[in-house]
Design a protein around this ligand. Structure first.
Ligand SMILES: *[C@@H]1O[C@H](CO)[C@@H](O)[C@H](O)[C@H]1NC(C)=O
Ligand SMILES: *[C@@H]1O[C@H](CO)[C@@H](O)[C@H](O)[C@H]1NC(C)=O
Ligand SMILES: *[C@@H]1O[C@H](CO)[C@@H](O)[C@H](O)[C@H]1NC(C)=O
Ligand SMILES: *[C@@H]1O[C@H](CO)[C@@H](O)[C@H](O)[C@H]1NC(C)=O
Length: 631
């Protein structure tokens, strides 16, 4: 059965594949103990956003945890996740809470950042607004719980609450500290009635809220785009998107200052949605391994015609957008507080204010949103975004409606240079944190569903299963492993091919099982000792051999087919044919292939755009030397 040109073809393929990212998925792999509403309506526009599901992997790499708000909207659930099958492990932890804001897995449990009710009888937030709390669970039991705002927390600086949990949590093993960055609204003190943000540090060993260099109670005005990533010592790397016209690397200042990453068109109370807006602010600032290099990704409308920001004063500018649609922008840093490239211009009168931007996309006809980034290794990062065709974008700097056309994945190096080509998927999107799993691979949760961005929508029919997807540098036989219990999906660009096996290797060969995929222009061959699956495209045949199980697929148009066959699949030897779909799902245990079909999980509804909320104007900064009183 072995074909003589197999080895040569495989070698060629692998060198191509190495340049492109491989996407593997585990559709509906995890049964949720509580149901989950995958949509959260955006501030102001009411457009649907993916409701974030934080996901984190322990420092020793053995435990994964998923957090989500259950569909009663009053309990946060944390579920351990098997990092090979992406199925549930053990009993979920559940606590009263209103949003899952961040999650850090530890070797003995996890730390959850969630909004909860304030406790006590005095100095409670107005209108029972929730506060942010860090909840540490060890071996299934709550070890400590530390409120990060609300009654008694930094009372002299003014008390704050957090009605919308925009923010994130990170952990630094080197310093033993958690760092949380989140949106606040003040209810006492000078800033009462205004929105800002807060950065707080908590000691892992004791749960104590500690005052560190970089602790801040009220920084950027109306920040609805937060980035925080760990550093070996505080201050951790932070990014804020404020409503005055800029995005800052504010690691050293915790304020609307520092290194100016970008000019962005804003309006009072709205910083746009550079990091996703509501339910965003995760996986947008990433550290390359333990190196001092970082990468930041965001959705930008570009910047033209810089004007003086008279409210903020000298050195502060505002701008007009280059497009009403968004493109994917990245910036790299060679330390936690230094941009590799130029800062954004602050020259009043400049015709263009975005010349420093490293654009991953540059379209005036498509909208690109839900931008995320994660470091796959110490020198390669993943950038991902969603594309809307025929976008309808309003001048107000928020989201666009349009036709959802898929999610794209692009690798870049630590200087921000693209590696390989863009890989697209219509099955997989990103709706939870992207975490490192093993070496050279990142994985994240998503909900397998029809994604409709054509109209406002504030909820969906709750789901009871979570899906996961992983990205790795293709062709690396040590990186991709799928389970024998979960189905695998692959996505590939025109030039690449990817595959997943039941136990280990990808693309080349595996000792127990293998799956192979071919694109329209390249062939792939694989062999395995016990099972194999092969897919072929129109132009080049692909062949594989396996002593016990084999599956072969051909397609008449360029397509990607993936079959995962497990060694216990017995006599399965189905043949699959892909039509025009770019992806096909294969079941690992049955070795059968099905064409992808997204089931509609929610019906079109009649939600109208929500009314614009009353937005409190920002308070002018004071002297700027004490950021706790600013904004
Ligand atoms: C939390 O506060 C909200 C708003 O006041 C209230 O409806 C809810 O019952 C409270 N939950 C708990 C567990 O006290
Ligand atoms: C990164 O640093 C942490 C803390 O110092 C250490 O525990 C970990 O092993 C390091 N990881 C790598 C890949 O060097
Ligand atoms: C944003 O751009 C619009 C359109 O050019 C402009 O009218 C508005 O003043 C800009 N916003 C700011 C804060 O400069
Ligand atoms: C992937 O999508 C991008 C747009 O985001 C498009 O430019 C590119 O051609 C697509 N690639 C493939 C292989 O379809």
């Amino acid at each position: 059965m072995r074909f003589s040109y197999a080895a040569a073809a495989a070698t060629t393929l692998i060198s191509t594949v190495l340049a492109d990212v491989s996407i593997t998925s585990f559709a509906n792999s995890l049964k949720l103990s509580s149901s989950f509403d995958p949509i959260k309506a955006a501030y102001w526009t009411g457009l649907p956003h993916h409701r974030r599901t934080p996901f984190s992997v322990s420092p020793d790499g053995t435990k994964g945890y998923l957090a989500y708000l259950d569909s009663t909207y009053s309990s946060v659930v944390v579920q351990e996740v098997d990092l090979t099958t992406f199925a549930a492990v053990g009993t979920a932890y559940k606590t009263t809470g209103y949003e899952a804001t961040g999650l850090v897995a530890q070797n003995d449990g996890f730390a959850l950042l969630a909004t909860v009710n304030a406790t006590g009888t005095t100095d409670l937030p107005t209108d029972n607004e929730p506060i942010v709390s860090l909840i540490r669970v060890k071996d299934g039991a709550e070890a400590w719980r530390t409120p990060l705002n609300g009654p008694g927390v930094h009372a002299s600086a003014g008390l704050t609450a957090t009605p919308d949990a925009n923010g994130d949590l990170v952990y630094s093993e080197a310093s033993g500290l958690y760092g949380a960055y989140f949106v606040v609204t003040a209810y006492t003190g000078d800033a009462a009635g205004h929105f800002g943000d807060s950065i707080q540090y908590v000691t892992e060993s004791t749960g104590a809220l500690t005052q560190e260099t970089g602790s801040s109670t009220f920084g950027c005005s109306h920040n609805t785009g937060i980035g925080i990533e760990s550093s070996d010592a505080p201050p951790f790397a932070t990014v804020c998107a404020e409503d005055q016209g800029d995005i800052w690397l504010n690691t050293d200042t915790q304020y609307m200052s520092g290194r100016k990453i970008a000019n962005e068109n804003t309006t009072n109370g709205v910083s746009g949605e550079p990091m996703g807006g509501m339910s965003g602010s995760y996986s947008n600032l990433a550290r390359f391994g333990n190196s001092s290099n970082y990468i930041f990704g965001w959705q930008s409308r570009g910047a033209l015609d810089l004007t003086q920001n008279t409210w903020m004063g000298d050195g502060y500018t505002q701008c007009s957008p280059r497009w009403l649609n968004h493109n994917v922008a990245i910036a790299t840093m060679n330390s936690k507080d230094t941009l590799t490239g130029e800062e954004a211009s602050s020259v009043v009168g400049a015709a263009e204010g975005d010349l420093q931007v490293n654009w991953i996309t540059y379209s005036s006809t498509e909208d690109h949103q839900n931008v995320h980034t994660a470091a796959i290794s110490s020198d390669v990062a993943l950038i991902t975004w969603e594309t809307l065709t025929n976008p309808d974008c309003q001048p107000v700097p928020l989201g666009c409606t349009g036709t959802y056309a898929g999610t794209s994945f692009q690798l870049v190096d630590n200087t921000g240079a693209k590696i390989g080509s863009t890989v697209n998927s219509t099955e997989v999107f990103v709706s939870g944190d992207i975490a490192n799993v093993g070496t050279g691979k990142v994985c994240w949760p998503y909900v397998s569903m029809m994604w409709d961005l054509s109209q406002p929508l504030d909820s969906a029919t709750p789901v009871t299963q979570m899906s996961f997807a992983c990205a790795s540098t293709g062709g690396d036989s040590t990186t991709t492993a799928s389970s024998s219990a979960a189905a695998s999906v692959t996505a590939a660009s025109t030039a690449a091919a990817v595959a997943a096996s039941s136990s280990a290797a990808v693309v080349s060969s595996a000792s127990t099982a293998a799956a192979v995929v071919a694109s329209s222009s390249a062939a792939a061959v694989s062999s395995a000792s016990t099972a194999a699956a092969v897919a072929a495209s129109s132009s080049v045949a692909v062949v594989s051999s396996a002593p016990t199980v084999a599956a072969v697929s051909t397609s008449s148009v360029p397509a990607v087919v993936s079959v995962s066959a497990s060694s216990d699949a017995g006599a399965a030897s189905d043949i699959a044919q892909a039509s025009s779909s770019s992806e096909v799902i294969a079941s690992s245990t049955q070795a059968a292939v099905a064409t992808s079909s997204s089931s509609a999980l929610f019906h079109p509804s009649t939600f109208s755009r929500v009314a614009r909320p009353t937005i409190a104007p920002t308070v002018a900064p004071t002297t700027g030397d004490d950021d706790e009183c600013d904004a």
